[in-house]
Design a protein around this ligand. Sequence first.
Ligand SMILES: C[S@@+](CC[C@H](N)C(=O)[O-])C[C@H]1O[C@@H](n2cnc3c(N)ncnc32)[C@H](O)[C@@H]1O
Length: 546
Amino acid sequence: MTADGSQPQPQDKPRRDPRVVSEAMRRVRGRDTSPEVTFRKALWAKGLRYRLHSSKLPGKPDIVLPGARLAVFVDGDFWHGNQWQARGYESLEKQFEGAPSRSYWVPKILGNMERDRRRTAGLVQQGWRVLRFWESQLAADLDACVDITVQAAMSQDRVPVAPGLPERTFAEFFAGIGLVRLALERHGWEARFANDNDPQKHEMYSAYFQEDPEGHYRTESIRKLGPDDVPTVTLATASFPCTDLSLAGARNGLKGEQSGALLQLFEIIEGMGDRKPPIILLENVPGFLTSHKGEDFHLALRTLNELGYAVDTFMLDAAWFVPQSRLRMFVVGVRDVPRAEAEVGDPHVLESAVRPRKLVDRIHLETDLRWRVMSFPTPLRQSVSLASILEDLPSDSDWWWSRERTEYLLNQMSERHRQVAEQMIRSPRYKYGTVFRRIRHGRSMAELRADGIAGCLRTPRGGSSRQILLKAGRGRCEARFLTPRECARLQGVPDDYPVDVPMNQAFFGFGDAVCVPAVEWIAEHYLNVVVSQLIRGSVLTRQPAI
Ligand SMILES: C[S@@+](CC[C@H](N)C(=O)[O-])C[C@H]1O[C@@H](n2cnc3c(N)ncnc32)[C@H](O)[C@@H]1O
């Protein structure tokens, strides 16, 4: 809030000189704002006695109750990164769209958000309990904010609503070769626990993360784990097996041996009681939405509701970040305090690239679920070409197929695909396409994709074929399988990730994994924003490790 009580409105004044705007904003009052003063008076009236703006503590809390070891902050929505949500923008970036001062304010506010989290963590580490409120929370429901503060001051052992916060720690279920970890670590998250039952995936994970053999990765079935095996963390991630959900599979859904492992995760979460992670992230194939006429999706989300999480869902395609077509569904559960008037039934979701019509329809249809749908920006498609991720293999490399084998592949194409291949061959420059073999009407057919992106990586199981690269131009045509390094790059994995394992092991590892930049997008534009929201309005305290 500004000194005169009005909110800064950067988007409404796009033509002002950025230096003038910056100087004006710098002079905006950050303390003793009128909502804060009203709040303090209300606390005083309830008999609480406090100190103001203690400079001895990290972040100079606005209100300090030393006896209760309670530090309270009142955060202006503009400065601390909540105004875009309060005003219904899609993202912080959108709030400043068109404003000449955008390049100043967006990093500035993101920096403030990170500093809030760090300082809160510092206080919690020192044994303080911390409460943070948005100014808009005080304005909307002063009585509720006063009640929370009075209760926190009176009851020292009050159970926090957001365990594991303000840290950004996570437990990675179905961890595979660790690509969720790779993405989250780049955005300030710290892995505390991982589980997967495949020792070969663990071997690849350990080779990259240099994890010691007694590290946090448990190589056994999730069915053998209980709540006490899982540390207190902020986030649990689960890119759970798709075998029973994908259109290519048996479609046993959550009743299936593989995909049904998700239900075991839910049991573990339930058993964690008050230690339940405040955030859960699920990932799977789009078939999750339709499996068993939508019953599996509904069951998963309803169970999350019953465990105390409000839910959200969206889709991201790896092709927005890397040259691979890989559409995936994500579900986020955020632990909330269920209230009768919670957002049941009508979350007003708009169609967008991350929430296509079929998903929006489902959200609107599933009126018995408790939703918490959050806006976040749609990624802009990167112009990374298939050619740019290819290894430069010499023409005499064993990887390239013989002329006869390549000719056989061309002959397996339909008339239409063969014509596209012939066009590529006639081109004066080399062009690249990818090919999958599929059984169509009892015949093995070669399906060519020549739009500059690879098809979705798969695991070489159940008769699934490996992806073939077609290089054609200048009257010639060559073919070979994609290499493990190329598969890694298609998942956005950096080249220092070792791939010197048996080839099938690498293909399984990368084919099953998540696309790193897609999960990075979620970390930056969704999870970190949720953390910033969750450190407001609930008592944060130091947690036992387990
Ligand atoms: C979709 S993959 C997840 C890959 C992972 N996100 C990555 O980036 O490598 C599903 C994983 O679940 C593992 N899995 C399947 N059944 C399991 C079970 N019962 N317990 C633990 N892990 C299991 C598989 O080994 C596989 O790595």
